[in-house]
Design a protein around this ligand. Structure first.
Ligand SMILES: *[C@@H]1O[C@H](CO)[C@@H](O)[C@H](O)[C@H]1NC(C)=O
Ligand SMILES: [Zn+2]
Ligand SMILES: [Zn+2]
Length: 337
């Protein structure tokens, strides 16, 4: 089960290792959060487990198909690549490894030892320090960063499927919904990167559905929810559907505004609201609703001018200043026309 919420979440949000949880690496293959050994099942190019594994001829080195396709010389030994050949045997071993690894802590109801054995869900690698969801997300992020989007999508689909199975058992708990929402959002990113806007919108939509079920006092959930809404808005915007774009930007703005209602608001959340106001105002301007646009830009400016940022938070202050500059530019642009 994806019970180690904080750590999983950390991976999802930032794509980096959890700095808080220190568990010594015990996975026999080194696939864990602390150290990552480039083992026999991984691709040195994307640093993730092999996907559609291909062997170079004549040097026999193996990589993911999408990764090696970008090279004419082998990145490991420098030999000319005459051709590449699928290695289905090795790939099936890798897939079995993923499946075996993935079986660990699969479901909250599997804690009954006898039942686990009865279902032949025996734990293969006892000391793996990443749980299934975090493991798959980690693999997906590595692949995504290396532009092997198909591989990322495949791992994330497996992850989403697994969370859905758990939802069937445990119901729509906040934890499962926030995890599924995040993973669906990443699936949307994959589709967008592949140029499939329609599927991307589908995933972002579903991401919104699940994130909306979660209590909104969680800063990360709120942020992910509003980002998914903005991404739908962006896709609609580029399609030329400005009304749909505005609708989604406005929903994102609404989520962000609600999040800063209580007194414990963080400066980054106020910045988020200002950015959302700017997005809505920008569409309004394109829809010829100039009054509404001006009002939006002005509201965002007021927010940022009254925002006090701790002098230690340099990056945030820089962002505040640059957003403010942009907003002032937008405001004066129309007025001087
Ligand atoms: C969980 O949420 C999904 C999506 O809204 C819904 O289709 C499903 O029926 C819900 N399941 C339960 C058990 O409430
Ligand atoms: Zn690769
Ligand atoms: Zn080689």
């Amino acid at each position: 089960m994806l019970s180690h919420h904080g750590r999983f979440w950390f991976l999802v949000q930032f794509g980096i290792r959890c700095a808080v949880c220190v568990i010594s690496p015990k996975c026999p293959f080194g696939y864990d959060s602390q150290t990552f050994k480039i083992g026999p099942f991984s691709c040195i190019i994307c640093q993730a487990l092999l996907f559609e594994c291909n062997r170079c001829v004549p040097c026999t080195h193996v990589f993911c198909k999408a990764c090696i396709s970008r090279f004419s010389d082998c990145p490991l030994c420098g030999a000319d690549i005459e051709k590449i050949e699928a290695d289905t045997n090795l790939q099936s071993v890798v897939d079995r490894f993923i499946d075996g690894h993935a079986r660990i802590k699969r479901s909250p109801v599997d804690t009954d030892e006898k039942e686990v054995i009865g279902e032949k869900k025996t734990v293969i690698y006892e000391d793996v320090s990443l749980e299934r969801g975090a493991f798959l997300v980690q693999q997906a992020m590595r692949a995504f960063r290396a532009n092997n989007v198909e591989s990322a999508k495949s791992r994330l689909s497996l992850c989403a499927q697994d969370i859905r199975e758990q939802l069937e058992i445990a119901g729509n708990t906040s934890e499962l919904c926030s995890q599924l929402g995040a993973v669906l959002g990443m699936l949307g990113d994959c589709c967008r990167a592949m140029g499939d806007g329609t599927s991307a919108v589908g995933y972002f939509d579903e991401s919104v559905t699940f994130l909306s079920k979660v209590e909104t006092d969680d800063l990360e959930v709120t942020h992910t929810l509003s980002v998914s809404l903005n991404k739908i808005g962006d896709l609609k915007y580029y399609e030329g559907d400005l009304k749909a774009a505005r609708d989604h930007y406005f929903r994102a703005l609404d989520v962000r505004r609600n999040a800063i209602k209580d007194s414990s608001k963080a400066p980054s959340q106020v910045l988020d609201v200002a950015v959302s106001l700017a997005k809505v105002a920008d569409v309004d301007r394109n829809l010829d609703a100039e009054d509404s646009a001006t009002q939006g830009f002005q509201e965002a400016i007021n927010l940022l001018e009254s925002l006090k940022i701790n002098s230690e938070e340099n990056a945030l202050e820089q962002r505040r200043v640059s957003v403010l500059e942009f907003l002032n530019g937008q405001l004066s642009k129309k007025q001087s026309d």
